[in-house]
Ligand binder design. Sequence first.
Ligand code: WTA
Length: 708
Amino acid sequence: LVVATALSAGLVLPRAASPSAGLVRPAHAATHRAAVVAEAAAVVASEVVTPSEFPAGNLRSLAEYDEMYARSVADPSAFWADIADSFHWERRFDEVVDANFDSTKGKVFSSWFSGGTTNLCYNALDRHVAAGKGDQVAFYHESNEEGEELPAWTYAQALAEVQRLANALRGAGVKKGDRVTLFMPMVPQLALAMLACARIGAVHTVVFGGFSAEALASRIEDAASRVVITADGVMRGKKLVGLYEIADKAAGLVRGLEVETQIVLQRLPPDVSGVSLKPGRDVWWGDATAAADPECKVEWVGAEDPLFILYTSGSTGKPKGVLHSTGGYMVYAATTTKYVFDLQPGDVYFCTADCGWITGHSYVTYGPLLNGASQLVFEGVPSYPDAGRLWRMVDKYTIAQLYTAPTAIRALMREGTGPLQGTSRSSLKLLGSVGEPINPEAWRWYYEEVGGSRCPIVDTWWQTETGGVMIVPLPIQGASMKPGCAMRPFFGVQPAVINEQGEEKEGACEGLLAIKAAWPSTIRDVFGDYERYQQTYFPIPGFYLTGEPPRRGGDGCRRDEDGHYWITGRVDDVINVSGHRIGTAEVESAVVLHPNVAEAAVVGYPHPVKGEGIYIYVTLNEGVHESDELRKALVMQCRSEIGAFAAPDVVHWAPSLPKTRSGKIMRRILRKIAASGKEVTADELGDTSTLADPPVVDQLIASHGIWL
Ligand code: WTA
């Protein structure tokens, strides 16, 4: 599990650094969803926080936000056309938006800036270099090893490298529309590889470096990528992550096509990585770029041409390839970055997310570069060599905006304020949070201890599918915040709270979060499966849903009396482990692959650091006995099928699973038992009258889970 946490987007402390993490029984967990909501609700009335010193920035007042928001929904075309015109279009668009969220009126679609041609890479790099900003730093690169100085990348250097790499890709036969899979460590070159794809109109599909060979292979297969960009490996804390080895194994597992070329970035000394390339297929990044032409012409692409595919988990089935297109994504990623992080000239910005997830796409690679910002990329983990690492980096690079996840905040909070001492953090202007609900306790620690009660907390709610931040307390001088509340919609976003029948609720209410009009970076498709796209996200006429049927919604939501939005967590079978979105069905499929397993059910349970932990109920085949060995084998099975971050925290041997008479597993009961440990009483389980075999539940309560 150390690998899991170490790899998790640079967000989490490995277990070694917080010995009690994961050992805490749910009964003691401080961050149960319900508790988060109840705790948050309790502060609504009593606590409204106003940071002491936020300067006037890109938004000068709440009144300005109100005015812009009103304009953005009253006349989206005029609003977004104005903004889009600040980008380079090789050919200007003819129409700003055309969309349909109602499948009863025809195909669901969302089209922005049609008729326009542009290029993300051109707008992120060439445009700034042409404007004389070539010497400005695009990326500072902080090594895993504190004290090891690595060269920074200016915009001009980034552009030069991207052109060579793009030519190397073209040399490998990559053409517009072809998919290229990126399986890399969190180094600046990962962002450069994304931009190289964009430059030639290729579609990148980044796979997080914590995935296993099997998971990588299935994504390569689904995207039909013949070219993979990877690295020899990377040190994360004390752990060596052998990316090449995994990519090489994955290439061998891919069916139906062949990985013809692998470009391999050398990040480690050869004696450490031990990598020897496969002749004919593999080439070192350095050799490929050295041999390539330094100039690479931009491929102008249509605004609706695809930019990238990013796989994400849902309640059912295999991960979906979320497809984003060019023009709308560009405009929305850039605009949200500008206002959410209040970027100003001279700021150094730091997002700890990995480009393997959407946060790294929109708020490392695209948003900041489109705004011409300087940012820090950190390849290590916040706990190495100790829990003061992040704070020392903030001082070293004079970070103005820090964007991280609640799971990281909770892990660091456990270490107390000691690691903060000796750092000033006076450069910080605002603090961001993403990926899961932030519990008020963590919110307060972040706000008071890290930011000294000076910095707004921008708690950004959004999803892989939304492409950019949707609901957020925008940083505005004098504006107050409610701890744990995502507050207001971003420009152009029209949230709705609906019930399970799909009826919109009015005023202060609670229900499922949905969005009722297209925004520029709306998900365009599920790669290769339009039907699934329409059925998953648009089953209710007129709404984009945040999760899938049958629950008809992913995120629960409450709108308070002031019209502010509180995200209360997933209501479907997706769990959020250290900010990683995992489908319980995926973990179940991994577990049942074991020949001794008859059946498995997976649920999330409250975990004090990770937000949610993975709890698996396993029914073994007749005659097979429970054993430590078998338990370890099941954990290994999850690691090898998905990745170390999907390894279960608790295994519960279940004589059988509670089912309805029609054979459906009653997950509600399983969640309840997992959340309360064995102290749960039959009364607490709620209505069990539909159970086919009631004693099953008593057996489950009498037995109990084994915490790993
Ligand atoms: C959850 C990550 C509460 C939510 C950007 C969503 C949040 C899922 C927040 C998407 C937040 C993300 N408050 N919950 N500020 N941000 N979530 O696709 O359940 O990896 O549906 O995108 O994370 O996860 P994804």
